[in-house]
Design a binder for this molecule. Structure first.
Ligand SMILES: [Zn+2]
Length: 435
């Protein structure tokens, strides 16, 4: 078998060309990959033996017009049917398999098995996006995405190897790991000491760090935040620019589906990695949404032969867009709303994404808060107080929340010493704590 690093380089070079292929050529490439995955799954993976039948003609060919008849796969399916979803063996050349654990924010942990080829292709897609955004692999990066009781604890952290592509001789930059449970202050002090150019983390974590750096007046400059996650807000972009002089380069990825989409270097769009994943935006019946209409993100990673995920509902919402003006033919998502904030559940059955204007934070003497639903009609505003509360600040917030959630809600204000994080170290602005 050829050297994996040269295979990865070849795939990267293919991706640099395929991003401009005519849409028809891209679709044909995708379907040829998809056909191989479906044939493999139907033949070898017990879970899919009858599940894929609706997409096949009586003669045994895939009928693409019937693709949407394949049932959508849920996180609960991954949880309940893990064993029958595994392939006993992967096709030749698809590499070693490895298990990955994902906690998710929905509280249903799942394990998924990936094969080496899918991971290699995902790295090549990441390298393509880094090229789009002039991310220089010779510079030092800080990674704040991993947790664990012993891993890379503050203040020492842990120096890892090079983080750029193994095939790129210029990729000499190394990565400093810091445990994602580090506080915002610890994180900014760590980056300052290590002199890093990039920070890889969730946008909310970067935002908390930016606010802390501003509060402490720490002169810390970064080239870019490599934001793992989506739904990056204007406020996060602006505060990271003010604190670090840094742009945020988003990344839409998941443990289950690898790198899914990256921001266009020329505009606000995201481009789907169509060469390694089929991404559908569908309605409640599993049918494609029209351009501009929000729908559920359903993903089929094309190279995951170890544990095929065919039409997997990622649990996110996104909107597809018209072809991009940059000339890349890769499919466009104009907006992706991730799961980093919970929706609130009202007694009348409504699920609401509460959005209290950031301008109401300052009068409360804070820059960071968490809005929590603790009972059907009871909410808490948890905040870290940096300055004294101004008169009327609490009333204005309560009024705004009542406008969105109804007059019947009760709101309690709770001062905290630190920014609250979830058990897995994520910062969530909106949390629903109902059972
Ligand atoms: Zn574009």
């Amino acid at each position: 078998m050829p050297d994996p690093s040269s295979l990865e380089k070849n795939f990267y070079e293919l991706l640099m060309k395929s991003q401009y292929w005519p849409a028809r050529q891209l679709l044909e490439y995708q379907r040829s990959q998809l056909s191989q995955l479906l044939e493999h799954a139907r033949k070898n993976v017990p879970f899919y033996q009858s599940r894929l039948a609706p997409a096949f003609s009586p003669a045994g060919h895939i009928d693409w017009n019937r693709w949407e008849k394949i049932p959508i796969l849920t996180r609960k399916d991954l949880f309940d049917h893990r064993d029958s979803m595994l392939a006993p063996a992967v096709p030749p050349g698809h590499g070693q398999t490895r298990d990955h654990w994902s906690s998710g924010t929905t509280g249903m942990p799942v394990t998924v098995t990936h094969n080496g080829l899918a991971a290699l292709a995902s790295r090549a897609a990441m390298a393509r996006a880094n090229t789009w955004h002039n991310i220089d692999p010779s510079k030092t990066s800080c990674d704040c995405t991993r947790g664990g009781r012993e891993f890379a604890l503050w203040p020492e952290g842990k120096l890892g190897g090079t983080w750029g592509p193994a095939w790129d001789e210029k990729a000499s930059g190394r990565v400093w790991h810091i445990n994602r449970q580090a506080t915002p202050e610890q994180l900014v002090r760590f980056m300052q000491e290590k002199g890093v150019a990039y920070l890889g983390t969730r946008p909310k974590t970067a935002h908390a760090a930016a606010l802390e750096a501003l509060r402490l007046k720490l002169p810390l400059k970064l080239d870019a935040i490599l934001g793992h996650g989506t739904g990056i807000t204007e406020e996060e972009i602006e505060d990271c620019r003010r604190a670090f002089g840094a742009r945020i380069v988003g990344l839409y990825s998941s443990t289950e589906c690898h790198k899914v989409a990256h921001p266009c270097p020329s505009c606000e769009n995201y481009h789907v990695n169509a060469e390694i994943a089929l991404v559908e935006i569908v309605d409640d019946e599993g049918r494609a949404c029209a351009v501009g209409t929000p729908g559920r993100v359903v993903i089929t990673p094309l190279l995951n032969t170890a544990q095929p995920l065919i039409r997997y509902d990622q649990g996110d919402t996104a909107i597809t867009g018209e072809p991009c003006g940059c000339g890349r033919t890769l499919p466009v998502l104009t907006r992706i709303v991730g799961r980093t904030s919970h929706l609130f559940r009202l007694p009348d059955g409504r699920r609401l994404s509460l959005s209290v204007p950031p301008a109401l934070k300052k009068p409360l003497g804070t820059e960071t808060w968490q809005l929590a639903q603790v009972a059907p009609l009871s909410f808490e505003v948890r905040y870290v107080e940096y300055l004294p509360v101004q008169p009327g600040a609490e009333d204005n917030i309560v009024r705004n929340m009542r406008e969105q959630l109804g007059e019947a809600i009760k709101v309690r204000f709770v001062k905290l010493d630190e920014v609250p994080l979830t058990a897995s170290g994520k910062f969530m602005e909106n949390v629903c704590e109902l059972p």
